[in-house]
Design a protein around this ligand. Structure first.
Ligand SMILES: [Cu+2]
Length: 284
Protein backbone atom coordinates (compact mmCIF):
# COMPACT_ATOMS: atom_id res chain seq x y z
CA UNK A 1 0.00 0.00 0.00
CA UNK A 2 2.82 2.34 0.97
CA UNK A 3 4.43 1.62 -2.38
CA UNK A 4 1.16 2.48 -4.18
CA UNK A 5 0.81 5.88 -2.39
CA UNK A 6 4.43 6.65 -3.12
CA UNK A 7 3.97 5.77 -6.80
CA UNK A 8 0.85 8.00 -6.99
CA UNK A 9 2.75 10.95 -5.47
CA UNK A 10 5.65 10.56 -7.88
CA UNK A 11 3.21 10.29 -10.79
CA UNK A 12 1.42 13.51 -9.69
CA UNK A 13 4.71 15.41 -9.44
CA UNK A 14 5.74 14.14 -12.87
CA UNK A 15 2.37 15.17 -14.33
CA UNK A 16 2.63 18.67 -12.85
CA UNK A 17 6.07 19.02 -14.32
CA UNK A 18 4.95 17.75 -17.70
CA UNK A 19 1.68 19.67 -18.13
CA UNK A 20 2.59 22.73 -16.05
CA UNK A 21 0.69 24.05 -13.06
CA UNK A 22 -1.70 26.12 -15.18
CA UNK A 23 -2.95 23.12 -17.06
CA UNK A 24 -3.58 21.05 -13.95
CA UNK A 25 -5.17 23.74 -11.79
CA UNK A 26 -6.97 25.78 -14.47
CA UNK A 27 -10.48 26.67 -13.34
CA UNK A 28 -13.49 25.47 -15.28
CA UNK A 29 -13.62 27.83 -18.29
CA UNK A 30 -16.67 29.97 -19.00
CA UNK A 31 -18.06 30.89 -22.38
CA UNK A 32 -18.22 34.55 -23.29
CA UNK A 33 -21.64 35.21 -24.86
CA UNK A 34 -20.26 37.59 -27.50
CA UNK A 35 -17.41 35.60 -28.91
CA UNK A 36 -17.17 32.08 -27.71
CA UNK A 37 -14.05 33.04 -25.77
CA UNK A 38 -13.31 30.80 -22.88
CA UNK A 39 -12.19 32.43 -19.70
CA UNK A 40 -12.04 32.46 -15.97
CA UNK A 41 -13.89 35.04 -13.95
CA UNK A 42 -12.43 38.51 -13.84
CA UNK A 43 -13.55 41.60 -11.97
CA UNK A 44 -15.18 44.47 -13.81
CA UNK A 45 -17.69 47.26 -13.25
CA UNK A 46 -21.28 46.26 -14.20
CA UNK A 47 -22.48 47.98 -17.38
CA UNK A 48 -18.93 48.92 -18.43
CA UNK A 49 -16.63 47.12 -20.82
CA UNK A 50 -13.99 44.96 -19.26
CA UNK A 51 -10.48 46.24 -19.69
CA UNK A 52 -8.68 44.34 -22.47
CA UNK A 53 -11.87 42.43 -23.11
CA UNK A 54 -13.01 42.53 -26.70
CA UNK A 55 -16.43 41.00 -26.27
CA UNK A 56 -19.48 41.56 -24.11
CA UNK A 57 -19.93 44.32 -21.54
CA UNK A 58 -19.52 43.40 -17.91
CA UNK A 59 -22.51 41.46 -16.66
CA UNK A 60 -24.39 42.07 -13.40
CA UNK A 61 -22.41 39.36 -11.63
CA UNK A 62 -19.12 41.09 -12.54
CA UNK A 63 -18.21 38.41 -15.00
CA UNK A 64 -16.39 38.97 -18.24
CA UNK A 65 -14.12 37.19 -20.65
CA UNK A 66 -10.57 38.42 -20.85
CA UNK A 67 -7.91 37.99 -23.49
CA UNK A 68 -5.36 36.48 -21.12
CA UNK A 69 -7.59 33.54 -20.42
CA UNK A 70 -8.72 33.30 -24.02
CA UNK A 71 -5.13 32.79 -25.14
CA UNK A 72 -4.95 29.59 -23.15
CA UNK A 73 -7.58 28.04 -25.36
CA UNK A 74 -6.90 29.96 -28.58
CA UNK A 75 -6.17 28.33 -31.91
CA UNK A 76 -3.87 29.08 -34.84
CA UNK A 77 -4.57 29.55 -38.54
CA UNK A 78 -1.78 28.95 -41.01
CA UNK A 79 -1.25 28.17 -44.66
CA UNK A 80 0.00 29.46 -47.98
CA UNK A 81 -1.09 32.09 -50.47
CA UNK A 82 -0.23 31.22 -54.09
CA UNK A 83 -0.45 33.40 -57.17
CA UNK A 84 -2.77 31.91 -59.84
CA UNK A 85 -2.37 32.55 -63.60
CA UNK A 86 -0.49 35.82 -63.14
CA UNK A 87 2.71 37.21 -61.63
CA UNK A 88 3.47 39.94 -59.16
CA UNK A 89 6.59 42.08 -58.92
CA UNK A 90 8.27 41.03 -55.69
CA UNK A 91 11.09 43.59 -55.50
CA UNK A 92 11.45 47.37 -55.44
CA UNK A 93 9.28 50.16 -54.08
CA UNK A 94 6.26 49.21 -56.24
CA UNK A 95 6.41 45.58 -55.15
CA UNK A 96 3.24 43.50 -54.94
CA UNK A 97 4.78 40.97 -52.53
CA UNK A 98 2.70 42.04 -49.53
CA UNK A 99 -0.51 40.22 -48.80
CA UNK A 100 -2.70 40.52 -45.70
CA UNK A 101 -4.70 37.57 -44.38
CA UNK A 102 -7.55 38.63 -42.08
CA UNK A 103 -10.73 37.56 -40.31
CA UNK A 104 -13.70 39.61 -41.54
CA UNK A 105 -15.65 39.54 -38.31
CA UNK A 106 -14.69 38.49 -34.80
CA UNK A 107 -17.57 38.86 -32.35
CA UNK A 108 -19.15 42.22 -33.11
CA UNK A 109 -15.81 43.63 -34.34
CA UNK A 110 -15.82 46.00 -31.41
CA UNK A 111 -12.23 46.13 -30.19
CA UNK A 112 -10.45 48.87 -28.27
CA UNK A 113 -7.99 50.82 -30.43
CA UNK A 114 -4.38 49.65 -30.04
CA UNK A 115 -2.35 51.86 -27.67
CA UNK A 116 0.84 51.61 -29.75
CA UNK A 117 1.60 54.18 -32.44
CA UNK A 118 2.68 52.76 -35.81
CA UNK A 119 5.27 54.52 -37.93
CA UNK A 120 5.55 54.85 -41.69
CA UNK A 121 8.82 56.34 -42.97
CA UNK A 122 9.44 58.54 -45.97
CA UNK A 123 13.01 57.72 -46.88
CA UNK A 124 14.83 57.97 -50.22
CA UNK A 125 11.58 59.25 -51.80
CA UNK A 126 9.81 56.03 -50.83
CA UNK A 127 7.16 55.26 -48.23
CA UNK A 128 8.36 52.40 -46.00
CA UNK A 129 6.63 49.97 -45.68
CA UNK A 130 4.88 49.89 -49.03
CA UNK A 131 1.87 48.19 -47.42
CA UNK A 132 0.83 48.96 -43.86
CA UNK A 133 -1.90 46.90 -42.19
CA UNK A 134 -3.43 48.41 -39.06
CA UNK A 135 -6.42 48.06 -36.78
CA UNK A 136 -8.99 50.87 -36.85
CA UNK A 137 -8.21 53.64 -34.37
CA UNK A 138 -4.43 53.26 -34.75
CA UNK A 139 -2.36 56.42 -34.56
CA UNK A 140 0.02 56.51 -37.51
CA UNK A 141 3.18 58.60 -37.55
CA UNK A 142 4.49 59.64 -40.97
CA UNK A 143 8.17 60.44 -40.40
CA UNK A 144 10.03 62.50 -43.00
CA UNK A 145 13.39 60.74 -42.94
CA UNK A 146 14.80 62.64 -45.93
CA UNK A 147 16.59 65.96 -46.26
CA UNK A 148 13.81 67.36 -48.40
CA UNK A 149 10.22 68.39 -47.58
CA UNK A 150 7.49 65.75 -47.89
CA UNK A 151 3.72 66.03 -47.95
CA UNK A 152 1.29 63.26 -46.92
CA UNK A 153 -2.23 62.94 -48.19
CA UNK A 154 -4.47 59.92 -48.04
CA UNK A 155 -6.54 58.94 -51.01
CA UNK A 156 -9.41 56.48 -50.57
CA UNK A 157 -8.80 53.52 -52.88
CA UNK A 158 -12.51 52.58 -52.96
CA UNK A 159 -14.34 55.90 -53.12
CA UNK A 160 -11.67 57.51 -55.29
CA UNK A 161 -11.69 60.65 -53.12
CA UNK A 162 -9.11 62.34 -50.96
CA UNK A 163 -9.59 61.35 -47.31
CA UNK A 164 -7.27 63.79 -45.61
CA UNK A 165 -4.31 66.07 -46.40
CA UNK A 166 -1.94 66.02 -43.45
CA UNK A 167 0.16 68.87 -44.81
CA UNK A 168 3.89 69.11 -45.35
CA UNK A 169 6.67 68.10 -42.96
CA UNK A 170 10.21 69.50 -42.99
CA UNK A 171 13.13 67.03 -42.80
CA UNK A 172 13.20 64.79 -39.69
CA UNK A 173 9.73 65.92 -38.57
CA UNK A 174 6.56 63.84 -38.39
CA UNK A 175 2.90 64.18 -39.26
CA UNK A 176 0.34 62.24 -37.23
CA UNK A 177 -3.08 60.85 -38.07
CA UNK A 178 -5.49 58.49 -36.31
CA UNK A 179 -7.04 56.21 -38.91
CA UNK A 180 -10.56 55.05 -38.27
CA UNK A 181 -13.25 52.82 -39.68
CA UNK A 182 -16.03 52.47 -40.61
CA UNK A 183 -16.27 55.11 -43.25
CA UNK A 184 -19.90 56.08 -43.81
CA UNK A 185 -19.48 55.48 -47.51
CA UNK A 186 -21.60 52.55 -48.67
CA UNK A 187 -18.98 51.46 -51.19
CA UNK A 188 -16.94 50.09 -48.33
CA UNK A 189 -18.34 46.75 -47.26
CA UNK A 190 -18.68 45.63 -43.67
CA UNK A 191 -15.91 43.19 -42.79
CA UNK A 192 -13.60 44.33 -45.56
CA UNK A 193 -10.71 46.69 -44.92
CA UNK A 194 -10.81 50.38 -45.66
CA UNK A 195 -7.95 50.89 -48.10
CA UNK A 196 -6.08 54.13 -48.41
CA UNK A 197 -3.26 55.17 -50.70
CA UNK A 198 -0.67 57.44 -49.09
CA UNK A 199 0.78 59.96 -51.52
CA UNK A 200 3.09 62.98 -51.50
CA UNK A 201 2.04 66.04 -53.47
CA UNK A 202 5.68 67.08 -53.84
CA UNK A 203 6.94 63.78 -55.25
CA UNK A 204 4.38 62.15 -57.48
CA UNK A 205 6.24 58.84 -57.64
CA UNK A 206 5.74 58.23 -53.90
CA UNK A 207 2.87 55.88 -53.05
CA UNK A 208 2.02 53.36 -50.35
CA UNK A 209 -1.06 51.44 -49.23
CA UNK A 210 -2.72 51.41 -45.82
CA UNK A 211 -5.35 48.78 -45.06
CA UNK A 212 -7.47 49.52 -41.97
CA UNK A 213 -9.09 46.47 -40.38
CA UNK A 214 -12.02 46.21 -37.97
CA UNK A 215 -10.29 43.83 -35.56
CA UNK A 216 -6.73 42.84 -34.60
CA UNK A 217 -6.94 39.43 -36.29
CA UNK A 218 -4.85 40.00 -39.41
CA UNK A 219 -1.35 39.00 -40.43
CA UNK A 220 0.98 40.01 -43.24
CA UNK A 221 2.81 37.62 -45.52
CA UNK A 222 5.34 38.13 -48.27
CA UNK A 223 5.15 36.57 -51.72
CA UNK A 224 8.39 35.20 -53.14
CA UNK A 225 9.98 32.21 -54.87
CA UNK A 226 9.02 30.24 -57.95
CA UNK A 227 6.14 29.51 -58.14
CA UNK A 228 5.19 32.69 -56.30
CA UNK A 229 3.94 31.85 -52.83
CA UNK A 230 3.63 33.32 -49.31
CA UNK A 231 3.34 31.58 -45.97
CA UNK A 232 1.27 33.02 -43.15
CA UNK A 233 0.51 32.23 -39.51
CA UNK A 234 -2.15 33.88 -37.35
CA UNK A 235 -1.86 33.01 -33.67
CA UNK A 236 -4.07 33.56 -30.62
CA UNK A 237 -7.34 33.27 -32.51
CA UNK A 238 -10.36 32.68 -30.26
CA UNK A 239 -12.19 29.46 -31.15
CA UNK A 240 -15.12 30.00 -33.49
CA UNK A 241 -16.44 30.09 -37.04
CA UNK A 242 -15.08 32.86 -39.28
CA UNK A 243 -14.77 34.19 -42.81
CA UNK A 244 -11.07 34.24 -43.69
CA UNK A 245 -10.11 36.67 -46.42
CA UNK A 246 -7.14 38.22 -48.19
CA UNK A 247 -6.20 41.75 -49.10
CA UNK A 248 -3.69 42.46 -51.86
CA UNK A 249 -3.27 45.80 -53.59
CA UNK A 250 -4.10 44.41 -57.06
CA UNK A 251 -5.21 40.78 -56.86
CA UNK A 252 -8.34 39.12 -55.49
CA UNK A 253 -8.92 35.92 -53.58
CA UNK A 254 -9.92 33.14 -55.93
CA UNK A 255 -13.39 31.83 -55.01
CA UNK A 256 -14.12 34.48 -52.38
CA UNK A 257 -13.58 34.44 -48.62
CA UNK A 258 -13.51 31.05 -46.92
CA UNK A 259 -15.57 29.90 -43.98
CA UNK A 260 -13.29 28.29 -41.44
CA UNK A 261 -13.53 26.83 -37.95
CA UNK A 262 -10.88 27.43 -35.28
CA UNK A 263 -10.77 24.95 -32.44
CA UNK A 264 -9.16 25.48 -29.01
CA UNK A 265 -5.45 24.69 -29.03
CA UNK A 266 -5.53 23.42 -32.62
CA UNK A 267 -4.14 24.65 -35.92
CA UNK A 268 -6.44 25.17 -38.89
CA UNK A 269 -4.61 25.03 -42.22
CA UNK A 270 -6.04 27.09 -45.08
CA UNK A 271 -4.33 27.55 -48.45
CA UNK A 272 -5.39 30.33 -50.80
CA UNK A 273 -4.89 31.46 -54.36
CA UNK A 274 -4.96 35.10 -55.39
CA UNK A 275 -5.46 36.13 -58.97
CA UNK A 276 -6.75 38.80 -61.35
CA UNK A 277 -10.43 39.78 -60.94
CA UNK A 278 -11.44 37.93 -64.12
CA UNK A 279 -10.24 34.58 -62.69
CA UNK A 280 -11.31 35.24 -59.12
CA UNK A 281 -15.09 34.70 -59.20
CA UNK A 282 -15.38 30.98 -59.78
CA UNK A 283 -13.20 28.06 -58.87
CA UNK A 284 -12.08 25.69 -61.60
CU1 LIG B 1 7.65 63.79 -50.91
Amino acid sequence: MKKLVCFASVATVLMLGFFGLDAVFAAEPKLCPGLGYQSDKCECAPGKKCQNCPCSPCSADKNCACITAARVSAGTIKGTVSVYRTKVKTTGSKSGKDVVVYLEKVGNNDFPPPPKRIRMDQKGLVFIPHVLAIQKGTNVEFLNNDNDKHNVYLFNDITGKEDVDLGTAPPKKSLFQRLDKPNKNKLEKVGEPKTLIALCKLHLEMAAYIAVFDNPFFTMASIGGKPQKAQYTMKNVPPGKYQLNIWHKKLKLRGGSKEIVVEPGKTTTVDFEITKSKYAKKKG
